[in-house]
Design a protein around this ligand. Structure first.
Ligand SMILES: [Zn+2]
Length: 238
């Protein structure tokens, strides 16, 4: 299994933890690319904090800034794995802080800043030197399924739930992935290999088998505990 898949599995597991704790299932980890260690993690906390800007990425950035300073040079060696495409606000923060690369699961059709709505990651009108490569589609279906679980549950709790037909959980169909909104063919092939070129043009997933175990198994406290321990123990310099 590739490192990208392994790291995204961690992010998906954290997103499941968020779902199990009444939050929107969006989560991320920041990985030092040379050490291959998690240096920060984040989960969506907008419900608990009642703040619309408590996004997973900001939780991770806060941890990094507390440890490495407010202008953390270390980010130029760090890859962010996040289950949903960063929103415009987070994409902009990541760019200004000089992140190396972002890998995400599913697109964010309303607020996405890495290609869905705006292309903050390769925008040259602000800080030209801080462009970053953004890779979509890693465990995309798992990320989408967690969001579907969340919205079906929220609807069930609404004062006027929609009809049963409307809230049937769809486990079969997934929207096409228009890769060229997010990255070039060259970037795609660098990431996934030439053998998947057909997926790029036909808007298919590279990973289309859903790992149901990954999203149905709850994330227990020991998983989170081990992750926090790893984050605290890693001591890297730029
Ligand atoms: Zn955000």
């Amino acid at each position: 299994m590739s490192q990208d898949l392994l790291h995204m599995r961690t992010a998906i597991t954290l997103a499941k933890y968020a779902l199990d704790h009444e939050e929107t299932p969006v989560a991320c980890i920041f990985v030092h690319s040379k050490l291959n260690k998690v240096i920060a993690y984040g989960m969506n906390g907008t419900n608990e904090s009642i703040s619309g800007i408590s996004h997973a990425e900001f939780m991770g950035i806060k941890q990094i800034q507390e440890k490495y300073g407010t202008d953390p040079k270390i980010l130029s060696e760090v890859v962010l794995y996040v289950t949903v495409e960063p929103c415009i606000m987070c994409a902009s923060a990541l760019k200004q802080l000089g992140i190396k690369k972002v890998v995400f699961g599913c697109g964010n059709e309303r607020f996405g800043g890495n290609g869905s709505i705006l292309c903050i990651h390769n925008d040259t009108s602000t800080n030209k030197s801080n462009k970053y490569v953004s890779i979509p589609g890693v465990l995309r279906r798992e990320a989408i399924m967690l969001l579907r679980y969340f919205y079906v549950r929220e609807n069930d709790r609404a004062p006027k739930p929609r009809t049963k037909k409307d809230r049937k959980l769809d486990k079969e169909t997934f929207p096409p992935l228009q890769w060229d909104k997010y990255l070039t063919l060259e970037e795609f092939e660098d990431e996934f290999g030439q053998e998947f070129r057909d997926a790029f043009y036909s808007h298919r997933d590279v990973y289309d088998e859903i790992d149901w175990d990954l999203i149905d198994t709850g994330c227990d406290e020991s998983f989170l505990h081990d992750l926090i321990e790893q984050v605290q123990s890693v001591n890297c310099t730029y």
